[in-house]
Write a protein that binds this ligand. Structure first.
Ligand code: 3PG
Ligand code: MG
Length: 403
């Protein structure tokens, strides 16, 4: 299946291990506000450091303009959180290529860590420029890709390096791939996907792939409105995409042909304004008044969705069911998340979730640690749900094949 090389059995003592991490974490006022990615990455690196690896870390942070050294995008501010998670000091190179970075990497001792400045300060990173790849390669003896959440990018550090150094999949990347493939490639059945979020148009490929692979797909959020609209429901001010009615028909036809049942909300929470102080009311899904909007699925929907989950052995989750960031519209997401968490804890189901909003919603429902696996990936998780080949993974596979 995953035909790439891993680090198991590789003697790392004295080696400069050039690791692509994804330390692109939320930061406010110079402080890391959610260290999940750093912590999960560090957990995989600690045993390698104990073996004597010299770890040189490459990462991007945000989307700076290339060749403009805007300090807002410096990765130096990530050092305290990284040092804490690795439980050792982290040295810093204020540039990720060139003589000074090479000298720092050359002087490292076993078990030491060097963090290099933002890759995206250089145009060569996103362009996967061969010279930039060669410059990066001078920092390491081997290359490890541990950035599953960047595997959808074909950049110098995510694909180019795999072809110029002996390349290996890192521990977090491996963990992500095996958890995700267990849920989609060979799920215990029956299997269900919960797909929420605002727009059908951003998840057409996701829905088309999921309906061919799973037994049930539960649709929530603004996307569900478009499905209801296609069935003739009145939408009032609700978010929906009138132009995607044909897409909805195609998805339904594919589901029918594949034996997948699509489940839509059977009631809706509505309000006349999108605000935390809005007065919320429950109505039938086809009864939204002209001056109101659907902002969450209602209690009958949650009960019906929960009954589907109760029958399933695999749950895959991407996207909230309502406007969970506002308290009056968080109940459906929270309620169903609690059901998924309970079924996971009793051992009945495997539950895998991913995507930025999804993780925020599960955190708000305080169930993240009760899921089987919560991915650190956003965009990469979505592309993986689409069934796409991720360039970062493909590069590791073709490098292993060529070796
Ligand atoms: C992410 O946060 O999704 C990854 O770090 C990738 O970032 P990008 O979307 O800027 O490539
Ligand atoms: Mg992204």
């Amino acid at each position: 299946m995953n035909r790439f090389r891993t680090l198991s059995g590789v003697d790392l003592r004295g080696k400069r291990v050039l690791v692509r991490a994804d330390l692109n974490v939320p930061v406010e006022d110079g402080q890391v506000t959610d260290a999940t990615r750093i912590d999960r990455f560090a957990a995989g690196m600690r045993p390698l450091l104990e073996q004597g690896a010299r770890i040189v870390i490459l990462t991007h942070f945000g989307r700076p303009k290339a060749n403009v050294l805007d300090p807002a995008f410096s990765v130096d501010k990530l050092r305290p959180a990284l040092a804490k998670a690795l439980d050792r000091p982290v040295a810093f190179s204020d540039v990720c290529i060139g003589a000074s970075a090479e000298a720092l990497a050359e002087r490292m001792k076993d078990g030491q860590v060097l963090l290099c400045e933002n890759l995206r300060y250089h145009a060569g990173e996103m362009a996967n420029d061969p010279q930039f790849v060669r410059d990066l390669a001078r920092l390491g003896d081997i290359y490890v890709n541990d950035a599953f959440s960047c595997a959808h990018r074909a950049h110098a550090s995510t694909t180019g390096l795999a072809h110029v150094l002996p390349s290996f999949a890192g521990p977090l990347l491996q963990e992500e791939l095996s958890a995700l493939s267990a849920a989609l490639d060979a799920p215990s059945r029956p299997s269900v996907a919960i797909v929420g979020g605002a727009k059908v148009s951003t998840k057409i490929a996701v829905l088309k792939n999921l309906v061919t692979r799973l037994d049930h797909v539960i649709i929530g959020g603004g996307m569900a409105n478009t499905f209801l609209f296609a069935d003739g429901a009145v939408m009032g001010l609700s978010l929906h995409e009138a132009g995607e009615v044909d897409t909805v028909r195609e998805i339904r036809a594919q589901a029918a042909a594949s034996g997948c049942t699509i489940h839509l909300p059977s009631d809706a929470v509505i309000a006349t304004e999108f605000s935390a102080s809005a007065e919320a009311r429950v109505v039938a899904p086809n009864a939204c008044p002209a001056n109101a909007m659907i902002l969450d699925a209602g209690p009958a929907s949650v009960a019906a969705f929960a009954a589907v989950l109760e029958e399933c052995r695999t749950i895959l989750w991407n996207g909230p069911l309502g406007a969970f960031e506002l308290a009056p519209f968080a109940a459906a997401t929270r309620g169903l998340a609690q059901v998924a968490a309970r079924l996971t804890q009793t051992g009945q189901t495997v539950s895998v979730a991913g995507g930025g909003d999804t993780v925020a919603a599960l955190n708000a429902a305080r169930v993240t640690d009760q899921f089987t696996y919560v991915s650190t990936a956003g965009g990469a998780f979505l592309e993986w749900l689409e069934g796409k080949t991720l360039p970062g993974i493909a590069a590791l596979q073709s490098a292993a094949h060529a070796a």
